[in-house]
Structure formats: structure tokens, C-alpha cells
Design a protein around this ligand. Structure first.
Ligand code: CDP
Length: 224
């Protein structure tokens, strides 16, 4: 049996999509593409240029013009890849609480979504790809051969994000992270254009009761 050519993984904030996607892509020799990085990059550029996040035309114009590059890691500091916006390395900047707070409002805008989704689709349609996001199975690559929707309770997801931040040597507050995760879930799942939801033909995996190895084993089975 051939492996699925295009794999879409969707799910709410910090549900383990990137961990699963990266591992699956490595195992299959596929490209791993984390689309969240692009929404984060547009948000960072918006904040950095002093553009109001509420200014939809200006934010959309930035999304249409900023050159986002994702490259193999050039530094060994725990990064999975380099993320550049107009040539500037913003790999860690896109993980700051400020970007985290503003990324969902930016991701609501239709023009922002259209600009980024068309780039994602162009890359995804080349095949041999594991693409991770919120709307991959529903909008970006509805023809994906395998769709996984990874879910977990907000408390469990916040706990994982908390551990991630602490591991990076940064300060973190669990309650604050939990509130942020809930806020992003709410905005992401209620927006008008490509809201977060499982595609009708997606396999739903609940990672509350499964650790990363168990989730990976299930996904590997699905690939076969
Ligand atoms: O890593 P985490 O799950 O916390 O977030 P992410 O995947 O990096 O995505 C950050 C934000 O970008 C999400 O909360 C969404 O608002 C937005 N996003 C989106 O709207 N569509 C995607 N395909 C990917 C991300």
C-alpha cells in the first residue's frame, strides 16, 4: 500500500500537532509544513511596524507583501527551522506572549487567510507533505489523502504549553496560558472564514489520554 501523499493535521492551540507532524514527516521523508508560523510571522510584522491589529486593510496588505521564508535550522538552539520575514530571523520572536495574544485576531481577516492559504496550497499540492494548521483538511488541502484532527482538553494543552515555555528557560504562568489558549480557541473556531473544525472525513484523535508516542503510533497505523 502506498503511503498517503498529502497529510493534513488540524486542531486547537497546543494540541501536539507540530510534534506529531514533524515526527510523521521525518519518518516518511516528507516535507513538514507548520502553517501557524506564517500567521505568527504576519502578526509579528504588524506589531513591529506599529500597525494596529484592528486595521484590517493594512494588516491584509502586509500579509500580501511580506516575504516569509522557512528554512532548515541555521543555529542549534532548539529551533526546528529558521523563520524569516523579509530576510530577518524571527524564529523566536513569533513565540512571544505579544504575538500569541494577537495572532488569532489577525488570522480572522479574510484577505490575510487568502494570501497565506494560496501559498500553502501551492506548496502542499506538490505532495509528500505533512501540513499542520487549523483549516488544512477543510480549506487549504481538502483533497488530502489522510486528515487527522488532534484534540485535547484546554487544561492539558495549557499544561503542555507551560512545560514548553519553562523548558526554553522563560517565565510562565499556567493560568495566563490557559486563558490565552481558551481565547484563541474561541476566536479560531467562531471566525467566519475557514474556522477551526474537523473535516467530515478527518480521523479524530483525543490526545488527553494518549502520550506523544501513542499518538504517533496511531497516526503511523493510519498511514498504513
Ligand atoms: O502552536 P499553536 O497550536 O499554539 O499555534 P499555531 O499553530 O502556531 O497557530 C497560531 C495561530 O495562527 C492560531 O491560533 C490561529 O489563529 C492561526 N492559524 C490559523 O488561523 N490557520 C492555520 N492554518 C494555522 C494557524
Amino acid at each position: 500500500m502506498p503511503h498517503p501523499y498529502i497529510i493534513a493535521i488540524d486542531g486547537p492551540a497546543a494540541s501536539g500537532k507540530s510534534t506529531l507532524g514533524r515526527r510523521l514527516a521525518e519518518c516518511l521523508g516528507y516535507l513538514f509544513f507548520d502553517t501557524g508560523v506564517m500567521y505568527r510571522a504576519v502578526t509579528w510584522v504588524t506589531l513591529q511596524r506599529g500597525v494596529a491589529v484592528t486595521n484590517e486593510p493594512a494588516v491584509t496588505q502586509l500579509a500580501e507583501t511580506v516575504q516569509i521564508d522557512i528554512r532548515p535550522p541555521s543555529i542549534e538552539d532548539g529551533r526546528a527551522c529558521d523563520v524569516l520575514a523579509d530576510g530577518i530571523d524571527i524564529t523566536w520572536e513569533i513565540r512571544t506572549p505579544e504575538v500569541e495574544r494577537n495572532v488569532s485576531p489577525v488570522s480572522v481577516y479574510r484577505g490575510v487567510r487568502q494570501a497565506l492559504a494560496s501559498q500553502q496550497r501551492r506548496i502542499g499540492m506538490r505532495g509528500k507533505v505533512v501540513m499542520v494548521g487549523r483549516d488544512i483538511g477543510t480549506v487549504v488541502l481538502p483533497e488530502a489523502d489522510l486528515k487527522i484532527y488532534l484534540d485535547a482538553s484546554a487544561e492539558e494543552r495549557a499544561r503542555r504549553r507551560y512545560t514548553e515555555v519553562i523548558k526554553r528557560g522563560e517565565k510562565a504562568d499556567y493560568e495566563e496560558i490557559l486563558a490565552g489558549v481558551r481565547m484563541r480557541d474561541e476566536i479560531d473556531s467562531t471566525r467566519a472564514f475557514s474556522p477551526l473544525r474537523a473535516a467530515a472525513d478527518a480521523v479524530i484523535l483525543d490526545s488527553d489520554k494518549l502520550n506523544a508516542d501513542e499518538v504517533f503510533a496511531k497516526a503511523e497505523d493510519l498511514c498504513r
